[in-house]
Design a protein around this ligand. Structure first.
Ligand code: UD1
Length: 363
């Protein structure tokens, strides 16, 4: 009798960390299965170390490949894993390929599935995560939502309300728990910056980085921005690869910023908290900046996290050079702003999930 918690890619790790702890305290006997979708020290192990996540009971070592390859391999390897040790339930988080693959596998084997961060929708089917979200929520048993839009979307898709639980945001559990230690890191000093004087940039969505014309527009804006405020570009391996492939690293109009390797959880938190502005296309960072009180510009046409726009911490901006420059200039000159923290982003979401699961599993 145990709950298998699936972790595959970087944005899963900070969600699984507080859940593993809360399930353990509730006596639900969690164990972690790492799919191996992310495998670099900086994309995976450093998060296990920083967040003291229990060592995975198994690593499926799926690695990189096409989306079909990743999903198929996780399913094949996980079926063997579940045959070896049949859990009482399976817990999946977020929207990555490992999430949907584990969900389908569990459902096919008759295991109940809990999805944490359910119901988020960008309504953009060209985004790989959107298909993962829709498929996962359609077949998972228990849907834990992080913001009100989650429940509204699930209800619209015909999910019975008794399967939906508004518990809040587990990512914020980790953020609040780690903030005191993160502050001691003063990560900005490593890059010669002082607090509130620099911009942090992260970018890895295929829609932004796989298309050379689009990536060029963004990098041109960033190079320009860097003249006013230093830009620290925390580069995902995919983005770094594309910049080299397109030869943009050799173009002075496109390389005027400081590119740094992916950072550990606490260093990234420290860097973001002390930034003047964060520019990103990440989902999680839109939420983290909302709680950190740092304005965020999201280079996307849509967001599956509309609460961040509603409270006013986040703003969508197109990939066009001019649009990014105009939005960033406005954000930089706006001075300190404050906004309301979304409901139940209070550090207790994992505890709520453990409580609900305790009841559902009849413990
Ligand atoms: C995945 C998730 C995305 C999430 C992102 C965070 C899906 C569909 N996408 O995208 O939702 O926001 O993780 O990082 O699941 N690579 C390495 N080392 C690694 C992992 C990847 O170098 O440890 C490189 C490989 O070249 C790989 C590429 O990054 O081909 C992309 O990795 P992949 O897992 O396919 O997708 P991400 O873009 O990371």
């Amino acid at each position: 009798m145990a709950i298998a918690c699936i972790a595959g890619a970087r944005p899963n790790f900070m969600k699984v960390a507080p859940l593993a702890g809360a399930l353990e305290r509730a006596g639900l006997d969690p164990y972690i299965i790492h799919t191996g979708q992310h495998y670099d020290e900086k994309m995976s192990q450093s998060f296990f170390d920083d967040l003291a996540i229990p060592r995975p009971a198994a690593n499926l070592e799926v690695g990189s490949g096409s989306h079909v390859f990743q999903i198929a391999e996780v399913m094949k390897r996980l079926e063997l894993q579940f045959a070896e040790r049949r859990p009482q339930a399976v817990l999946v988080v977020g929207d990555v390929n490992s999430t949907v693959a584990a969900t389908i596998t569990a459902v096919k084997l008759g295991l109940p599935v809990a999805h944490v961060e359910a119901g988020l929708r960008s309504f953009d089917r060209s985004m790989p995560e959107e298909t993962n979200r829709i498929l996962t929520d359609a077949v998972a048993d228990w849907l834990f939502t992080s913001e009100p839009s989650g429940e509204a979307n699930l209800r619209r898709e015909g999910i019975p309300p008794e399967r939906i639980f508004f518990v809040g945001n587990v990512m914020i559990d980790t953020l609040l728990a780690q903030l005191p230690k993160a502050r001691l890191e003063r990560a900005f000093e490593r890059f010669g910056c002082s607090p509130k004087s620099y911009i942090v940039l992260t970018m890895h969505r295929p829609s932004n980085v796989d298309d050379p014309a689009r990536l060029r527009e963004i990098l041109r804006a960033v190079t320009e921005l860097n003249r006013a405020s230093p830009v620290l570009f925390v580069a995902h391996p995919r983005t770094r690869g594309r910049i080299m492939q397109f030869g943009f690293d050799r173009d002075p109009e496109l390389n005027g910023f400081r590119a740094i390797e992916p950072l550990g959880y606490r260093s990234m938190l420290s860097l973001n908290e002390s930034a003047r502005l964060v520019v990103t296309d990440s989902g999680g960072i839109q939420e983290e900046t909302t709680v950190l009180g740092v304005p965020c510009l999201t280079i996307r046409d849509n967001t599956e996290r509309p609460i961040t726009i509603e409270v006013g911490s986040n703003r969508l901006v197109s990939h066009r050079t001019k649009a990014i420059l105009a939005a960033a200039t406005e954000a930089l000159s706006a001075g300190e702003k404050s906004w309301k923290i979304p409901e139940k982003w209070d550090g207790k979401a994992s505890e709520r999930i453990a409580e609900v699961l305790t009841t559902l599993l009849g413990k």
